[in-house]
Design a protein around this ligand. Structure first.
Ligand SMILES: Cc1cc2nc3c(=O)[nH]c(=O)nc-3n(C[C@H](O)[C@H](O)[C@H](O)COP(=O)(O)O)c2cc1C
Ligand code: SF4
Ligand code: FES
Length: 646
């Protein structure tokens, strides 16, 4: 416990709240009142400061689970692959009655009568390419057969699939070692293959030189917003007096995204080397890797990697004799998608509920962790830093396309023959190549219906849409052309121009067997469950949209429903503290707009008396847009987007 507290500055020991709660739960099985009081006393806090964490973070329990606890993913790719059937079969196998649940599918944990087994639905476990998945205890099981649950419980060995080898259309930098014969994740193998050479090189470079390489490379963040990494880093003042922090965002929880997990599991030293080079460049003496709670194995792998690197003096005091002291710590989350949003993540790291902060003024680079300048970068982004130092920024920038440089990992899940992750030169592969060549195409006899191209928050694209794309020529002139979905280059700007986004690189493919109301309802359940609850439009709107799509599915839809759904979405986007507002509104807005017939056919009934609550207020049905203040509209870099020109 004291070692965990020692990972944070003494005046910020509240940060140890989540680690202590994990210790308590691992030891006693759940968080009792006694545990709440004990941890509060240890951290000089009030019991309410701890209780509010237990009630916010889904991984903490106030009651015992069974001896074997099974978490089944219920999010889109897993639901499409049969996770609801899996849950039903599990329930029957362990003798648990289905619960009547007025709040959607997130039943509290159900424990079998003999206490041997318990089950719980959870949100995306970042393994969508091997759907359906579940965790038994701390172990992930992939490609689970929903009809063989008894075998699963009686023989719960890990079923993690072998890493994928490279497809000919791939250009692997970050995934270079993954799936390679003879590759092991220990530091000796890493060093034998040229590992930590770039850190040694970076130690001889000035901070300005490293930053310049990064700026020249044009690297854009791979966590979702696509913000230029060099620009973000240059917000740190060279003469900064406060401590500077680097946070590696390993919360990977955007449905459809499963790349960071593989980097951590298969090449942890690559990430560590990227973090250490970044610390040097930023003059950050402390880095935290915020890893989602559902990656217990990943956290252990990284802890081991840190200890190995310390023994080689790559980190710690006077790293590599450079005079630079640097420490890297692992900090585990405890569920909650919103911990991936950088300011929510920072609050969580400070030992609080993950309530995002408003930007401005709380841009992390200015007022971040402990109100100090902080750079938050995604796992994959930080890995690219190492390759930029190896190749030089200019050479790296030759990969991909202008403003969309380098490589990126794209994850494909859903209705394709070979779901998986593919590292491509940004924009060098089209959506059609990705789906039909790399991911093996659709199931026999099926046609493409739609694609969600950048994680479930991205606006859906219809298979038969035509998109107007602007191409920037080498002489600076712009040519506009019309293309089909198959022709969209997989890069940031093209997907923005197509009316969606590249986001976190999670491509979810939907074939013509999919019911779009069912699909949207699954997505809406995710957002309704994951809203942190601070902003009224998001908290109420996300739940309201879910209630409507659920009602439509059950046959209770009324003619007004599609219009109401759209109106709710329109009144969330742009009116919230963080970009979760857009993330939850965009699916509804785009599904309803692009599949009007399907939504209309589920909403054919007249509005019956008594009216559902949303039709009572005249103000809401008649005024489509509620005005907002300028402050609420300030996008910050999360919502910055791009000009839509490639
Ligand atoms: C609702 C929400 C969830 C997010 N989840 C993640 C996440 O799981 N992982 C991640 O790296 N970034 C996530 N982001 C983006 C981060 O806020 C942040 O932009 C990113 O970590 C910055 O790193 P990058 O510049 O390297 O992309 C999320 C953003 C929002 C609004
Ligand atoms: S937009 Fe939603 S998730 Fe973001 S702060 Fe507001 S309520 Fe929380
Ligand atoms: S792991 Fe189940 S949807 Fe992502």
């Amino acid at each position: 416990m004291d070692e965990a507290i020692g990972r944070y500055p003494p005046e910020h020991k509240r940060s140890a709240a989540l680690p202590l709660l994990h210790f308590w739960q691992e030891h006693f099985g759940f968080i009792s009142d006694e545990g709440v009081k004990w941890i509060a006393a240890k951290l000089d806090l009030q019991p309410i400061n701890i209780l509010e964490l237990v009630t916010f973070y889904p991984m903490f329990r106030q009651q015992s689970a069974g001896k074997t606890h099974v978490r089944v993913c219920r999010t889109l790719s897993c639901a499409m692959a049969g996770s609801y059937r899996l849950m039903e079969n599990l329930r029957e196998a362990i003798g648990v009655e289905p619960k009547i649940d007025n709040h959607g599918t997130h039943n509290p944990i159900s424990v079998s009568p003999d206490g041997n087994c318990s089950i719980e639905f959870v949100e995306c476990l970042a393994s969508c390419g091997t759907a359906p998945v579940c965790m038994i205890g701390e172990t992930l099981h992939e490609n689970v057969d929903p009809n063989s649950v008894v075998d699963l419980i009686s023989n719960p060995q890990s079923a993690i699939r072998n890493p994928q080898s490279a497809h000919p259309l791939e250009h692997r930098l970050v995934f270079k070692n993954i799936g390679r014969a003879g590759w092991k994740i220990d530091i000796d193998t890493y060093i034998d293959n040229g590992g930590y050479e770039q850190l040694k090189k970076a130690v001889t470079m000035s901070r300005v030189d490293i930053l310049n390489e990064l700026k020249t490379s044009g690297l854009r963040g791979r966590g979702g917003a696509g913000f230029p990494c060099g620009v973000k880093w240059s917000f740190i003042k060279p003469d900064e007096k406060k401590p500077i922090y680097l946070i590696c965002n390993a919360d990977e929880s955007e449905p459809g995204t499963f790349k960071d997990r593989y980097i951590i599991h298969e090449d942890p030293h690559q990430l560590l080397e990227g973090i250490l080079i970044s610390c040097l460049a930023l003059n950050a003496r402390t880095a935290y890797i915020y890893i989602r709670g559902e990656f217990p194995e990943g956290a252990k792998i990284l802890e081991r990697a840190i200890e190995e690197a310390r023994k080689h003096n790559f980190l710690g005091k006077n790293a590599l004799g450079s005079g630079f002291d640097v420490e890297v710590y692992i900090h585990r989350g405890a569920g909650a998608y919103i911990c991936g949003e950088e300011t929510g993540l920072i609050e969580s790291l400070e030992g609080k509920r993950a309530y995002p902060r408003i930007k401005p003024p709380y841009f992390p680079a200015v007022l971040g962790l402990y109100m100090c300048p902080t750079i938050v970068n995604n796992v994959e982004t930080l890995c690219h830093v190492k390759h930029i130092i190896a190749m030089g920024g200019a050479k790296y920038a030759q990969l991909g396309r202008p403003n969309n440089t380098g490589t990126r990992i794209v994850c494909v899940s859903g209705d394709v023959e070979r779901p998986g992750y593919f590292e491509i030169e940004v924009g060098a592969v089209t959506m059609g190549q990705l789906i039909y060549e790399m991911a093996g195409g659709l199931k026999p006899g099926r046609m493409l219906k739609a694609v969600i191209p950048g994680g479930s928050s991205a606006k859906v694209l219809r298979a038969d849409e035509r998109f107007k794309i602007k191409d920037r020529q080498s002489d600076g002139s712009i040519i506009e052309r019309e293309i089909s979905i198959d022709e969209i280059p997989m890069d940031f700007d093209s997907l923005t121009a197509a009316g969606s986004m590249a986001g976190s690189g999670g491509v979810i493919v939907l074939d013509d067997s999919r019911d779009m109301v069912w699909t949207l309802n699954n997505i809406n359940e995710f957002y309704a469950h994951e809203s942190c609850g601070q902003c009224t439009p998001c908290r109420e709107g996300a739940l309201w949209m879910k209630k409507i799509t659920e009602r439509m599915l059950r046959g209770g839809g009324v003619v007004e429903d599609p219009r109401t759904l759209k109106m709710i979405g329109d009144n969330i986007a742009g009116r919230t503290i963080c970009a979760f507002g857009e993330a939850c509104a965009w699916p509804t807005q785009s599904f309803v707009e692009k599949f009007p017939d399907e939504f209309a056919s589920r909403a054919a009934k007249p509005v019956p008396p008594p009216l559902p609550p949303e039709y009572i207020s005249e103000e809401l049905t008649e005024r489509e847009t509620i005005p907002t203040t300028a402050l609420a509209h300030d996008p910050g870099w999360e919502k910055a987007g791009s000009a839509g020109t490639i």
